[in-house]
Design a protein around this ligand. Sequence first.
Ligand code: HEM
Length: 223
Amino acid sequence: MALARSLLHPAAKPLVFVASLLPFAWLVFGAATDRLGANPAQYLSRATGDWTLRFLCLTLAVTPVRVLAGLPTLQRFRRMLGLFTYFYAVLHFLAYAWFDQGFDLGEIARDIPKRPFILVGFAAFVLLTPLAATSWNRAVKAMGARRWQALHRIVYAIAGLSLLHFFWMRAGKNDFAQVAVYGAILGVLLGWRLLDSVRRRGMRLRAAAFPGAPGPRSPRVRG
Ligand code: HEM
């Protein structure tokens, strides 16, 4: 299939890398040329939050799209997209630390537990950190596939906390339209994963009971 082949092209990964950096490039360019509106600090805080959530959705979409579209080579891009989620989360946190708190660590430590929506966003950020740190092949080997997979299941909690953070922030403005869209996307992506894991467990049990039966299909392409 042409699409599956083009995903394996040597230029595919650099292209996805450059495309993922475009929002960052736009923010730097916009800030340098004063194109971020009347309140550039707020624009940067919000845009980096939006891009964190978008990359989280993209990362979570890789496996369902890979399975449903029969494109095992798509898996090569998951780690990069996950790391870009973390990259935008770091920028988002730095924007808050800089524009809201003037990089005063004491103020940050006092503010986070005081404001529930910030606390929830911070929890999502903290939980993302071990996922980014263990996204390398060497970490997978050192931890063993089972423990690595168990750890990476906290992505469900991260998605839930991110959505709650966004919901809470918009609740102050009574504006839930975008929250509902992201909620629906994350609901479909996580719902699919849940159903898939139930299906796999069923197949494993069947395979154990009837050793001739086909096992769960799990094409893995790391890159
Ligand atoms: C995975 C982690 C996170 C995600 C996905 C996330 C996502 C978002 C999103 C989507 C928004 C709303 C943007 C908009 O209105 O268009 C937002 C706003 C905000 N987030 Fe986060 N966030 C995360 C972590 C954090 C952390 C760690 C902090 C600070 C400790 C934080 C502080 C804020 C603040 C202060 C706003 C409001 C910005 C403003 O109105 O000026 N977030 N975040």
